[in-house]
Design a protein around this ligand. Structure first.
Ligand SMILES: [Cu+2]
Length: 327
């Protein structure tokens, strides 16, 4: 008798003990706090559907327990059949029509929310959409802005302005998936295909995300962040960064080194994927390093095939000046 009681007590107490952990931090069972209208609509749909799921769970499990107790065998012999009950037409109609109705209500709600989630809002006369090309490659995110500014793994964006994301992956690469949960749903980065999504950040902050499609050995290192800045601050950063890129003084070289080279190689091989870079004579030879990046090596993908001149120059300068002298 005692072990049985223990099991029952365990079954009843476990959900209570784990509930706090499940609900704590990061939204618990629910999506993270939304910071963009599309993410907001996703969370509303999630909560709406959860409401029905939870109610049905309670109903089904409640009836299950009630019936187990009410119709238990008691002293009836094991081989004797229970009472033979004929169908109940009304009940059967109800449990057929009920779910149909529930699914119709859920579908209607989702279809009402879908345009907010999916459709990129058109540019307004007062506020043009900022279009950013998002390119996923193993295992880096590149962000390209209309004025030629490029950033790696960390996108900067203005608060309160629609940012239109044009997401793709080069045709020599694999499928990745762009996902910053606070700023909207996932969108695949597919080689040779352009997918569009958007966000309009409601507050300043850094929103984390990562590649959401298993894309290779270092998939877990393919993190992404969006830094939302006050609009005026963004504008001055945007212009300054362009000037820096033109003058060769931007941190783009370092970003490319961290995001593209060091992630897999590491100066001393600490990247754990590619061989160590320190000590290679190639580093100071701009032409050979560019050829390697553009064409790829025996085991290395052509990570720099589609890089802009700014990107290539920034990296080769950085390698020559900073990395080359360390090794
Ligand atoms: Cu990926």
């Amino acid at each position: 008798m005692r072990p049985k009681l223990l099991v029952i007590a365990g079954v009843l107490v476990t959900p209570l003990v784990t509930a706090a952990t499940a609900l704590a931090g990061n939204g618990g069972f629910a999506p993270v706090a939304p910071e963009s209208p599309n993410a907001h609509a996703i969370k509303q749909s999630y909560l709406f559907i959860s409401l029905f799921a939870f109610a049905i769970f309670l109903l089904v499990e409640g009836l299950l327990i009630a019936f187990v107790i009410r119709y238990r065998r008691k002293k009836r012999p094991r081989e004797a059949d229970g009472a033979q009950i004929h169908g109940a037409s009304k009940l059967e109609l109800a449990w057929t029509a009920g779910p149909v109705l529930i699914l119709a209500v859920i579908a209607t709600f989702v279809f009402v929310k879908l345009p907010t989630i999916q459709d990129v809002p058109a540019s307004a006369a007062t506020s043009q959409n900022l279009v950013v090309d998002v390119i996923g490659t193993q295992f880096t995110w590149q962000f390209r802005y209309p004025n030629g500014v490029v950033t790696i793994d960390r996108m900067r964006a203005p608060e309160g302005r629609t940012v239109e994301l044009h997401i793709t992956s080069p045709d020599w690469d694999v499928i990745h998936s762009w996902w910053i949960p606070a700023l909207g749903g996932k969108m695949d980065a597919i080689p040779g295909k352009l997918n569009k999504t958007w966000f309009k950040a409601t507050r300043v902050g850094v929103f984390q995300g990562q590649c959401a499609e298993l894309c290779g050995l270092y998939h877990a290192k393919m993190l992404a962040a969006v830094e939302v800045m006050p609009a005026a601050e963004f504008d001055s950063w945007y212009e300054e960064r362009r000037a820096q890129q033109e003058a060769g003084t931007s941190p783009l070289g370092e970003e490319l080194w961290d995001g593209t080279c060091a992630k897999c190689h590491g100066l001393e091989g600490e990247g754990g994927y590619g061989p160590r870079i320190a000590g290679t004579t190639l580093i100071k030879n701009t032409q050979s390093i560019e050829a390697l990046l553009r064409k790829g090596g025996i085991l290395m993908p052509p990570v720099g095939r589609d890089w802009t001149t700014d990107e290539m120059n920034a990296l080769t300068d950085y390698l020559k000046e900073r990395v080359g002298n360390q090794g």
